[in-house]
Ligand binder design. Sequence first.
Ligand code: MOS
Length: 696
Amino acid sequence: MISSTQQRVVGQPLNRIDGPKKVTGTATYAFEHSLDDVTYAFPVQSTIAKGRIGSVDASAAQAIPGVITVLTYENAPRLNPQIEGELAVLQSNAVAYRGQFVALVVAETLEVARQAAEAVVVRYEEQPHHVVLRAGSSDLYKPDHVNPAYETDTTSGDVEAALASAAVSIDHTYTTPAYHNNPLEPHATIARWSSDGVTLYDSNQGSHMIRDRVAQAFGLEPERVRVISPYVGGGFGSKGAAHPHVILTVMAAQVVGRPVKFALTRQHMFAVAGYRTPTIQRIRLGTDNDGRLVAITHEVVEQSSTLEEFAEQTALPTRMMYAAPNRLTTHRLARLDVPTPAWMRAPGECPGMYALESAMDELAIACGLDPIELRIRNEPEIDPETGHPFSSRGLVACLREGARRFGWQSRNPQPGSQTDGRWLTGSGVAASTYPTRRRPSTAIARVDRDGRYSVLIDASDIGTGAWTVLTQIASDALNVPLERIHLEIGDTLLPRASLAGGSMGTASWGTAIVEAARKLRERLQEEHGVIPAGGLEATGEGGENPEAKRFAMHAFGAQFAEVRVNRDTGEVRVPRLLGVFAVGRIMNAKLARSQLLGGMTMGLSMALHEESVLDPRFGDYVNHDFAEYHIATNADVGTIDVSWIDEDDPYINPMGAKGIGEIGIVGTAAAIANAVYHATGIRVRDLPITLDKLLS
Ligand code: MOS
């Protein structure tokens, strides 16, 4: 445990230590590594959503000067048959979705590879496809569990009876469209084989995870695969798993016997790098005469591909948010002829809390209660699902502090009651939550005879600030100034660490670093403070948290939104967002603010702009670029006020830090939708809130 009296560096709003490298262009991203004799890959994508490849004619492509090879299912090396689904790339002639990789050109230049990919002629035997998610569809099924290993359904009491006799009840269905992860840096991989095995420069959220998948696919000892990823330009979950391009790059480098570079284009990312499943969510809530919930149901329908089952845990937050004696959550999945969905920032909580927190707003109106008061009345004493106490639960404090800062008291609850010229104005609130977890990680702390410290851990900085925060944690844990600590991350030669995902990075890696530092200081004491000639080294393991068996551990927040809706055009503006979070101890106030601000901005983008549009005739996402897939820009964002309450949670990890990478996006869309209702009296239950939905 780092006691607060010892703390000198943790908490300080330090600038990113990798900042100068990034702004001077000397932080080398995956595709930027320069290798001798390098070649370039460009894929061919299927133009049908379901069927078989009849034949591939690559002769015209092969004839283009500079083309080295064209890989297809006919000539590609066979992978380990254990590799199934998306990663079994070029292993058969089956086509599972439009945009799937069906061939790969390797050439001397990127331009030639791209031109040659256009020249590959693929003939298909097309079959009818099913790509549209429908709530009543007969092919929905109950997956064994939801991501990553939660119960698919939970039930207690008798919700039907409770709803039938409730004093007030609501029953509404909310939908969210597919969304695509769009990190600034598209996915990219370089592979180079040598007698030692294969080395990858790859953009990912966990080098060891990529190593494991490559080793498995190619039947290699993991030690023969090295993955180097010190700088990553965002991921939002889509770099938390290996995608087909990684396997193709390694395969191509093996075939041509030279290094291969493969960068996905922005358009490729809309087919082969994961996305957030669309959801159809029915929520029923019932209360007694005092606005106390007697029943909560949350029934979710969502999709996956035919290749892989990815079942998002959309109803998960509903299991722990509010108290009620009768409860039901379910998830049903359709396996469609579409690309495989995957993680996108706060999978589960993000779409799930849009629905639940919209429904709570509707219930507050039905009960004639202030929406903050309704939430406070239904605050659980213990986790309703597990019966465990919360290690800390700051929701009410966040709601109260947010209301004070936002000026909630002066709000007239009547919808459509506030105008400013031709603009209707309104405000809304929603709760936010995200689990607090950690995963096993290992770190080495080392000191050389000159008193220079090194901390080694295969952590990933995907733009979050891990380079800085881990150095801060190490500085305090080792009790040496920041400047004397040399951190190394993003390389499988370093000790194995968990993914940058699930908002678990700082908790998992920090725990290992604190443990390694503690052991190193012990060794140093044994040496009476004299560093031996060979230096000293200690390994720290940060395991699963045993307290997680006794406590429910979650971060909380309150999101407030002010909106303006133009009476004539339906245009929605969000001049102000305010978020107050209870996220344990803040490791770096500047970086924490950036994380939460980024999450809230992405939530605004989800509420108003983002929507992946599927063309049912062809089965692909058609708005596959930044011209047509709209993401909030600076001009769309007004004032965002981010703050947090003091929270001391001794159970979660030695730093007392809860994850902050994802909670910022949770609840924002509901707060905006609730504010739009307050402004207009129109309840939009189908995101995004576009002007056509407000003009009817
Ligand atoms: Mo996050 S979607 O768990 O990388």
